[in-house]
Design a binder for this molecule. Structure first.
Ligand code: XIL
Length: 363
């Protein structure tokens, strides 16, 4: 039973995802700053009961934790790490090197000109040592590099790559390992089921292994829809990643039920479109039939995760409840999204029970 949320529907909830899946993999969620500072007790009680690992949704990203050259802001990140320690939850750090939510100054000198390769490497080293070093021994693993590969398998053109070269990934992983030799290091990306990205991501792990660069896992973000990727694609990709012999993780799971504004299926943060009523059909709630379709889709995904549980070490949802999901603002700002398994009042949705039921099915 939850402490401190008596009277809410959540208080009657006695099942627990973390317990149901404890023999298979960790179950995680992402926490936002407003849930941590000041602490949102109802949410945090639910998280402590249902999940075994937490990721900061934003507060460890470069632009939030290191907004200006001489200033770090650890307030919300510290709160997350403390909450986890107090409640016996693990922490996954997210994320050290990414093209998004990284301030422009990182790549520029005082005059606004691009800095040299050596200067950027030094800046990266410093940042990684400061952030990873601060939480040394308290973070199970880090998303070291996020989204460096395009869907076709090519390297993404980012300031990191332009200024340092392809070895910026190697350097990031080596620096993270220096800063905390006992923490796990992950490569994390969306659309990891697409063939080109699969090839490049598995190639990266194999190259790292040959070169002696430490890497312990690959994260499939899992920003998925009701009909993409197909179950076959997910199954094939999980089988492929499982062969690598590193941890396979679903790191940012959410299933978008809203219409897509374009043909894109990936989770590129650069996408965007304006809200229209047609793009925002469920402002007053999700119709029962769609609610059931969402539950079935979540259950189908978990059946696949269960089947690959020997390699999968963690499944993390990208947020606790529908009020939090980033789909309320991406790729169309201001919509009413229903991507997660708890509703805006923190009540479990049918998807919650459907997922729980898969834990007792034979694998
Ligand atoms: C998203 C957050 O959920 C939003 O709050 C923020 O405005 C943008 O970033 N891939 C990632 C995550 O690795 O960090 C992104 O999180 C979603 C896509």
């Amino acid at each position: 039973m939850f402490v401190g949320v008596a009277g809410s529907a959540a208080a009657q909830q006695t099942d627990s995802l973390r317990r149901a899946f404890s023999e298979r993999f960790d179950i995680g969620t992402a926490l936002a700053a407003r849930q941590l500072v000041p602490p949102d007790r109802a949410t945090l009680n639910l998280v402590a009961e249902q999940f075994s690992v937490v990721t900061p949704e934003n507060v460890m990203k470069w632009s939030l934790i290191h907004p200006t050259p001489d200033r770090y802001d650890f307030v919300a990140a510290d709160a997350l790490v403390e909450f986890a320690a107090d409640n016996g939850l693990k922490v996954v750090g997210h994320t050290l090197v990414w093209h998004s939510q990284c301030p422009r100054w990182v790549f520029q000198d005082e005059r606004g000109d691009p800095i040299s390769r050596d200067a950027l490497i030094e800046r990266m080293r410093d940042h990684i040592h400061t952030v990873v070093g601060r939480y040394r021994g308290r973070v199970q693993g880090w998303d070291v590099v996020n989204e460096a590969i395009l869907d076709d398998g090519a390297w993404r053109d980012t300031p990191w790559r332009r200024l340092i070269g392809d070895d910026y990934l190697d350097l990031a992983f080596r620096f993270a390992h220096e800063a905390d030799p006992d923490t796990e290091l992950y490569y994390n990306d969306f659309s990891m089921t697409k063939p080109g990205k699969r090839r490049a991501a598995t190639g990266l792990v194999e190259r790292f292994r040959r070169a002696g660069v430490p890497i312990h896992g690959v994260g499939l973000q899992g920003h998925w829809g009701l009909d993409y990727p197909s179950e076959q694609e997910i199954d094939d990709a999980l089988a492929d990643y499982s062969k690598l012999g590193v941890h396979v993780m679903i790191t940012e799971l959410d299933i978008d039920v809203l219409p897509r504004p374009d043909e894109e299926q990936g989770a590129d943060v650069g996408r965007g479109a304006r809200r229209t009523d047609a793009l925002d059909p469920y402002r007053d709630g999700l119709p029962e039939s769609v609610q059931q379709t969402l539950a079935d889709r979540y259950a189908a995904c978990f059946r696949l995760f269960n089947r690959h549980a020997d390699a999968i070490t963690r499944v993390t949802f990208w947020g606790v409840d529908d009020g939090q999901t980033w789909h309320n603002n991406w790729p169309v700002p201001g919509r009413t999204a229903h991507s997660l398994i708890f509703d805006r009042q923190l009540r479990p949705k049918p998807a919650y029970q459907a997922i729980l039921d898969t834990a007792t099915e034979p694998r």
